[in-house]
Design a protein around this ligand. Structure first.
Ligand SMILES: Cc1ncc(C[n+]2csc(CCOP(=O)(O)OP(=O)(O)O)c2C)c(N)n1
Ligand code: SF4
Length: 282
């Protein structure tokens, strides 16, 4: 863990920069993921968390490099499996705030099955997916959220496939908080993360995060995104209808549910993990 300015000065609270590590991001200039890293650090400062109270877990991809760029505990795992690691960690160490960072390829393609079941289980995690509608790290293949007519060297004429609808799928699967942000608005995105962390259960935040290298067209997003014209609802059917009929560029909190987060059966019975472990003692 890096020494930080505030910590070195003996201050009780940390500034956003204190949550950044000394590892310099290798992202391309202008990559949206810089804004998401800033948003995460602003959110952690606002939440007033100590760095050792936070774990940032990821899979593989440009977006999944984020744990290395924070000074919290981190785990840069394997492709599509971040939620499995994070769920186990949160159940074993419920006192930690666990953030999970992923990309649209990592989270919705190879990790799609884990996404469904993480929403269903409703473990108290905050899942941040940087959606650039492309596999950035492996040089521009279409992802589950790519538009059907996106023409590229690797998908001549486009895939012709309807995109996956992550927010609606999260709602249908049981996520307890659903929001959409834009990396070009780190302060607004930080607020979504703060609210997601504070809401118990599984919080899913899709962040539109341009890949200027393989999707230079996404430069236009900053002119196109807008605040969602409606307040968040606690009715998943209403939220799903709204999301299915917007153009994917409405930003804000879209659904706040009331489901109780997952609690280990051993905890419910009052014995805790220690009692469970005793049962397995040889
Ligand atoms: C099991 C496995 N299959 C494939 C890969 C290759 N791979 C690495 S990152 C990646 C896609 C990343 O795309 P995305 O999650 O959208 O992240 P981005 O790089 O765009 O941030 C793939 C297919 C891998 N590392 N492991
Ligand atoms: S390839 Fe795209 S997603 Fe990856 S660092 Fe570059 S701009 Fe960002």
């Amino acid at each position: 863990m890096d020494p930080s300015s505030a910590a070195a000065a003996g201050q009780a609270t940390l500034a956003p920069r204190d949550y950044k590590s000394r590892v310099k991001p290798v992202w391309c200039p202008g990559c949206g993921d810089f804004g998401v890293l800033s948003a995460i650090t602003i959110a952690l400062a606002e939440l007033g968390l100590k760095r050792e109270e936070v774990a940032v877990i990821s899979g593989i991809g440009c977006s999944s490099r984020i744990p290395a760029y924070t000074s919290c505990y981190g785990f840069h795992g394997i492709h599509g499996r971040a939620l499995a690691v994070a769920s186990g960690l949160k159940v074993a160490r419920p006192e930690l705030t666990v953030l999970v960072t992923s990309g649209d390829g990592d989270g919705f393609s190879i990790g799609g099955n884990h996404f469904l079941h993480a929403c269903r289980r409703n473990v108290d995690l905050t899942y941040i997916v940087m959606d650039n509608r492309v596999y950035g790290m492996t040089k521009g293949q279409p992802s589950p959220t790519t538009e059907p007519d996106w023409d590229s060297a690797l998908s001549p004429g486009g895939t012709g496939l309807s995109p996956f609808h992550p927010l609606v799928i999260a709602l249908a699967s049981g996520a307890n908080f659903v929001a959409r942000g834009f990396s070009g608005d780190p302060k607004g995105t930080a607020e979504l993360i703060v609210r997601g962390v504070r809401n118990p259960g599984f919080s899913f935040i899709q962040i539109l995060s341009p890949c200027l290298t393989f999707r230079p067209d996404q430069r236009e997003w900053k002119k196109m995104v807008r605040p969602a014209p409606v307040d968040p609802t606690d009715d998943p059917a209403r939220a799903a209808r709204r999301i299915m009929t917007d153009d994917g560029l409405n930003i804000g909190i879209l659904y706040v549910g009331k489901r109780r987060p997952y609690v280990l059966a051993a905890e419910r019975r009052g014995g805790g993990l220690a009692a469970l472990e005793e049962g397995f003692a040889l």
